[in-house]
Design a protein. Structure first.
Length: 732
């Protein structure tokens, strides 16, 4: 770096900062372009107000926060050029999710270790492709206001899919900022009666001073989805030759019509803390220490009368004057300081308000086995739920002295939950209310600083309320070291949980589904480890989980007869079941990426084994492979050209129940296996400065092989189609 460069080091996110902690942008030669306030870093006495062109500083960093305490975890900004074509796929970036075929429809991971526990408002859970909880939301600090616009599309006005996203972030000053995200998708559906319309609006703000830290976040979701119950006959897909004419996807009849589900969800979140601590001088390297001016320069600061006295004085007096001038110069220099937090007082508030409505105006006879009240062709069942949770914590911070090698936090939490749903009183429909309170306490031991070892262990136990006796102890650690010119990371995660099943697994009332269950707590234990090698691009994860009292949704097929007493078909009965024994799941996942010049080959292979396929079905093998080349045109346009494939072995894939929007275990009477069908895509990604663009041909192998193009029983995936997408960043 050139002499006089004001760069002192990097902040917690790896960004260059000056001696006062202000962010600094560097040019290609490592010289600062602008300081933390957008001004030229080197003025050398020039009048910067006369600059002909304002330089817009470009740079940002992002982070997530944990929901309980608001602790910050740095994350990569979403500007990576590779594999942008997979961003908008409901099946996930590696195709690991089963879903109903249409954009934004409910989904469930085939990889058990990736599945999340049911929340207390389960109807939004299958929409995790679109629904973003606060711990996954990205907060951004930026040198200049930034706007990202992205658009994804395929198909036409009858069957196409469109998604428009806008993200804005701006700093108020260097310690606070605001931003928002708008996200809208509309999937018309390649098959009838399956349209999805999802909208999210999120607004956030943060303030990160030495003493006071705050994150605030508001998220509003509206999710509406048509339910078609799947196609009437799978042979339209698997054996099209059996029909006298060819059928397009829009010509294939579906089981349901005039059926919809609607979810509305609002979350209000605030976490803040006050830090007690002290300021500590930063030891500057010699290259950044202020240079003492020459004596002649220092003497220019004296008044003429004092300078005359100085010139006539003896040597001892002159030495004393110069010592005084030097001391005065050093006293005027700003010595950079760092704030060392010792104790933090934490408060977190989370309010969630949700509503789920089921509409059915044309229900086929015998489709459901039960009708508990009302007209089956005029259904509008609604359930509401809201929760208010307050958490108070006190943290002894890591690293405030040489003995504080870890941070220690104690906390207490109160949660109030309230639900309403239909009920019957003397045969008449009424609205019943349920209220639940919980008081819990817990603690956390963590080490986040340093480069070699990190860990955290968190435990919580419910002392009073509906979930009394529930506990959750979870720990994770990682060890990082060098080995034979490679960077190795050993990571481990484990938990022991004794959890009360979600409210809607215990209680649910509607015209076609009804239960009030007395369920035991699920006891779950898991241990999982990962070995990562940076140089060889290898990651191996092995884990095992044991579940006792496993609770799950199930579809039972109930036979019915025609008027002549002959078997005519099956009706559907949806219920919650609990297995009193233990279920074990073993999982091993290998990620291995290769690079040979411009040729890249990325792979993920997962092996799973469940001890009970009847209640927890999983494919033995699930794989993803992506082969592509990367090159540049005219040194500015980056091109990624390739193809990828998703595959899993046959298994009894979970069914889907439209009445509750949940995936269920198939009924033994009619269960069917899915799998052994690869899904192949071909694509090109283009990256130019702040713009990303892709064209992706999905399901290019449509109609080949065994034609078993289903991820969910009776819900075919979309036929071959062409997707394109665009993402553009705008600064200032």
């Amino acid at each position: 770096m050139p002499v006089g460069n004001p760069i002192y080091g990097t902040d917690a996110y790896g960004n260059p900062v000056d001696a006062n902690g202000n962010p600094v942008q560097l040019d290609a030669n490592g010289n600062p372009v602008v300081d933390g306030y957008g001004n030229d870093a080197y003025t050398w006495g020039r009048d910067t107000t006369q600059a002909e062109e304002k330089i817009i500083p470009i740079g940002s960093y992002a982070w997530n926060i944990d929901e309980r305490f608001g602790n910050i975890t740095p994350v990569d900004v979403d500007t990576l050029p590779n594999n942008f074509q997979n961003f908008n796929l409901t099946a996930g970036p590696t195709g690991q999710y089963n879903f109903l075929g249409n954009l934004g429809s409910p989904r469930l991971s085939r990889l058990f270790m990736d599945r999340k526990p049911y929340s207390n408002f389960i109807f939004a859970d299958p929409f995790d492709y679109f629904y973003t909880p606060v711990n996954e939301f990205q907060f951004t600090n930026t040198l200049s206001p930034i706007t990202n616009l992205s658009y994804h599309s395929c198909g036409n006005k009858q069957d196409g899919e469109d998604r428009l996203r806008a993200y804005f972030a701006s700093n108020i000053n260097k310690i606070s900022g605001i931003g928002f995200k708008l996200d809208y998708l509309y999937g018309r559906g390649y098959y009838n009666n399956q349209a999805t319309s999802l909208f999210n609006g999120s607004l956030y703000g943060y303030y990160l001073d030495d003493r006071y830290n705050m994150h605030a976040w508001i998220s509003v979701n509206h999710m509406r989805m048509g339910e078609n119950g799947g196609i009437e006959n799978d042979d339209y897909i698997t054996h099209p030759e059996d029909f006298t004419r060819s059928y397009g996807s829009r010509d294939i009849p579906t089981i349901l019509s005039e059926n919809w589900n609607r979810n509305e969800d609002q979350t209000y979140y605030l976490t803040h803390r006050y830090n007690l601590g002290f300021y500590k001088d930063i030891e500057l390297p010699d290259s950044l220490r202020p240079v003492m001016p020459a004596d002649s320069v220092l003497l220019k600061g004296l008044r003429d009368s004092l300078l005359t006295v100085y010139q006539k004085a003896d040597t001892a007096y002159q030495h004393a004057v110069m010592d005084s001038l030097r001391n005065d110069f050093m006293a005027k220099q700003d010595n950079p300081q760092d704030f060392i937090p010792v104790t933090s007082f934490i408060h977190t508030l989370r309010i969630r308000n949700a509503k789920h409505t089921v509409y059915s105006y044309d229900t086929p006879d015998h489709y459901y086995a039960d009708l508990f009240y009302g007209d089956p062709n005029n259904m509008s069942d609604r359930t509401r739920g809201y929760s208010i949770q307050n958490t108070l914590g006190i943290a002894l911070r890591e690293g405030f002295n040489k003995w504080a090698k870890a941070g220690l936090t104690a906390f207490a939490s109160h949660e109030y939950r309230h639900y309403t749903m239909p009920d019957l009183n003397g045969g008449n429909k009424i609205i019943r209310s349920y209220s639940e309170n919980n008081i819990s306490v817990g603690g956390q031991l963590s080490k986040r600083e340093g480069k070699t070892l990190h860990y955290d262990v968190t435990g919580e136990v419910t002392l009073l309320g509906e979930d009394v006796g529930q506990f959750d102890v979870e720990g994770r650690a990682d060890l990082n070291f060098r080995l034979f010119k490679d960077t190795v990371q050993l990571a481990a995660r484990a938990f022991v949980k004794n959890l009360n099943p979600s409210f809607y697994m215990r209680h649910y009332h509607s015209q076609f589904a009804w239960w009030d269950n007395d369920l035991n707590k699920e006891f779950r234990t898991r241990i999982e480890g990962t070995l990562s090698l940076k140089r060889t691009r290898t990651a191996l994860t092995v884990g095992v989980e044991n579940i006792k009292n496993y609770a799950y949704f199930a579809t039972d097929k109930i036979a019915y007869n025609d008027e002549g007493g002959q078997f005519a078909g099956y009706s559907n009965r949806i219920s919650v079941k609990q297995y009193g024994g233990s279920v074990q799941v073993f999982s091993a996942r290998l990620n291995q990426n290769f690079k040979f010049g411009i040729l890249h080959w990325d792979n993920e292979v997962a092996y799973q084994k469940t001890s009970n396929q009847d209640i927890l079905p999983l494919p033995d093998l699930s794989a993803y492979s992506n082969l592509y080349i990367v090159f540049r045109i005219a040194k500015v346009l980056r091109v990624q050209l390739g193809g990828d494939v998703r595959y899993f072995t046959e298994y009894y894939a979970p069914d889907y129940a439209p009445i509750i929007q949940q995936f269920t275990v198939q009924s033994p009477e009619t269960r069917m296996k899915l799998g052994n069908y690869p899904i192949c895509n071909a694509y090109v990604n283009l990256f130019l400065k702040h713009c990303r663009f892709y064209v992706n041909v999905n399901h290019v192998n449509n109609g080949t092989g065994n034609k078993n193009a289903f991820l969910v029983p009776h819900y075919p995936i979309n036929p071959m189609n062409i997707h394109f997408g665009l993402s553009w960043n705008f600064f200032n």
